[in-house]
Design a binder for this molecule. Structure first.
Ligand code: PEP
Length: 260
């Protein structure tokens, strides 16, 4: 089974509309001559306030897909400040990132909420990018695998095999996010293979072979080739290095040096 790689940029809480427009145009320019059939699926996740603008800028390109960074699980109602899956679909989003460690840590998001969001996203016709990852303390105390397995089981609970197969998981060790410390590629691959095994246990082997599992945590142009050469790493979720068109484009082109 060949899984199409994904290079996804998470812009987090950065960029006014002008900045988002320049970054989007810079990415479009950097990838314009790449052969689409050899490209990874490129995804960008601007802030809510830039989604409409970025959506318009990329509408004529099939090379970039749009993602939101969060959503609510209800379809409407008295949830001041929240945004529904339908609203994000209306803006042209294909993916929604859920369960990012920053949302779990600063906004008290639980596994149960992430599961409700995953169900709502799939029911609404979009695809979740489900983040998981351990803290440094958990890694040092030897509970990485059990912690991540439990996050994955909870997030995917009640989903059909078909829904799981088209979802995306991002393994992001929290100690590697925004710190400049990347997780050793072989270790990231080991954890991702473990996640694939958990997916197999709760679904079946063809589902586990289909689901794309990304690595995230200080990915840079210089690290992506080695990461993409690993058997189970299907792409990257990129924070800091996705905020400059040059580095994001270099990550995309460097990732293509690795045969899949
Ligand atoms: C992220 O927040 O998803 C991330 C991986 O950030 P960074 O690349 O900056 O570590």
């Amino acid at each position: 089974m060949t899984r199409r790689p994904i290079m996804a940029g998470n812009w987090k809480m950065n960029n006014l509309m002008n900045d988002s427009a320049s970054l989007t145009l810079g990415i479009l320019d950097g990838i314009k001559d790449l052969n689409e059939s050899q490209m990874p699926e490129v995804i960008i996740a601007p802030t809510f306030t830039s989604l409409a603008l970025v959506s318009r800028l990329i509408k004529d390109s099939s090379k970039i897909a749009l993602a939101a960074q969060n959503c609510h699980w209800e379809n409407s109602g008295a949830y001041t400040g929240e945004v529904t899956v339908g609203m994000l679909k209306d803006l042209g989003c294909k993916y929604i990132i859920i369960g990012h460690s920053e949302r779990r840590q600063y906004f008290s998001e639980t596994d149960e909420m992430i599961n409700k969001k995953a169900k709502s996203i799939l029911a609404g016709g979009l695809l979740p990018i489900i983040c998981c990852g351990e803290t440094l303390e958990q890694r040092e105390s030897g509970v990485t695998d059990e912690h991540i397995a439990s996050q994955i089981r909870a997030a995917l609970s009640g989903l059909s095999n078909e829904e799981i197969a088209k979802s995306v998981i991002a393994y992001e060790p929290i100690w590697a996010i925004g710190t400049g410390k990347t997780c050793d590629s072989a270790e990231a691959n080991r954890v991702i293979a473990m996640i694939r095994n958990v997916v197999k246990e709760i679904s079946d082997s063809s589902t586990a072979d289909s689901i794309r599992i990304l690595y995230g945590g200080s990915v840079k142009p210089a690290t992506i080739e080695e990461q993409m050469s690993m058997s189970d790493i299907d792409g990257a979720l990129i924070g800091g290095a996705s905020l400059k068109a040059d580095s994001f484009n270099e990550i995309i082109t460097n990732s293509m040096k690795v045969a899949v």
